[in-house]
Structure formats: structure tokens, C-alpha cells
Design a protein. Structure first.
Length: 159
């Protein structure tokens, strides 16, 4: 379940921030970095991007420190046909995090609060990784972990 490039839905995701109530969230598994660690951001269906970036898939607006990957509503991004019901954004800055698989299993899977919806198509996964890899807001360790996967996907799709 917690393998790339899976798309998960977590019921009552606990943000672990005071004043932030748990709510359903989508999570996209980007990379597995160890037996118990994945890199996975949460998605949001509400985001405000400057008008000059509307319609772009990979948005990087340095002055506002905004970098996100945009997935338009009803675009098939899953191998089994999964589509997000609303315009969806994957924030690169501040949201791309290493997460413990054992914690996610205990907190959500053991309580049937996580569902495997689909996995990103190879094309969509490649575009997302390329968008993440070029961001100046991604911590160096995460960028370095993603770089070999981006290269591998480029070689695979250029054949």
C-alpha cells in the first residue's frame, strides 16, 4: 500500500497541529527511501495560484515561494482510471515530507482509515517527479533521493 506511485485516501488525517481538525486527505507516495520511510505529500483541492500560472501543471513562482504540481479535475492520472474530483494541488514547498510507514500503518491502516485508490500512470509519475526535482524549495536530501528515479523514468520512456 505505501509504495510509489500509489494514490491513497486517508480518512481523518491527523495534521498534528493545534487547532487543525483531522479531515480526509489524499496522499501520493513519491518514493520509498528505506524499509520504513516514504516520501509522500498530501494533496489539496483548494489552492490559490497567481492568475498567470493558471492552467500550468508545474507551477513555480519564486517571489511568492509557491511551487506546486497541479492536476486538473477529471484528468485520468491513475493506471485504473483514477481522477481527482476537483482541481488538485501537490504543494512542493513545506509539504513534501518523509513519513514513517510503521506509523501510517498503526495510525490509519490498522484502523481501516486508509484506502489504496490507484497508482499514478508512468507518464504522470514522471511529470510529478520532474516538477519536484527542479524545485529550489525541496530539501536537498529529498531532491538527491528523487534524482535517480527521474533518470530511470526518462530512460524507460525514451525507448
Amino acid at each position: 500500500m505505501f509504495s510509489p506511485p500509489n494514490i491513497l485516501k486517508i480518512d481523518d488525517f491527523d495534521f498534528e497541529r493545534e487547532g487543525t481538525a483531522p479531515k480526509p486527505k489524499y496522499m501520493v507516495v513519491i518514493l520509498k527511501t528505506s524499509t520504513d520511510t516514504i516520501i509522500a505529500p498530501l494533496t489539496t483541492s483548494q489552492d490559490y495560484i497567481p492568475d498567470n500560472h493558471k492552467g500550468k501543471r508545474c507551477v513555480e513562482d519564486v517571489p511568492s515561494r509557491l511551487h506546486c504540481y497541479c492536476i486538473p479535475t477529471k484528468l485520468k492520472v491513475g493506471k485504473k482510471g483514477f481522477m481527482f474530483p476537483l482541481d488538485t494541488y501537490i504543494q512542493v514547498q513545506g509539504n513534501l515530507m518523509k513519513r514513517s510507514i510503521s506509523y501510517l500503518k498503526t495510525k490509519y491502516q490498522a484502523k481501516d482509515k486508509v484506502e489504496l485508490l490507484d497508482e499514478l500512470t508512468t507518464s504522470e509519475y514522471k511529470k510529478l517527479l520532474q516538477c519536484i526535482a527542479k524545485s529550489q524549495f525541496v530539501p536537498r536530501g529529498i531532491r538527491e533521493a528523487i534524482a535517480p528515479v527521474v533518470k530511470k523514468l526518462k530512460r524507460a520512456t525514451s525507448r
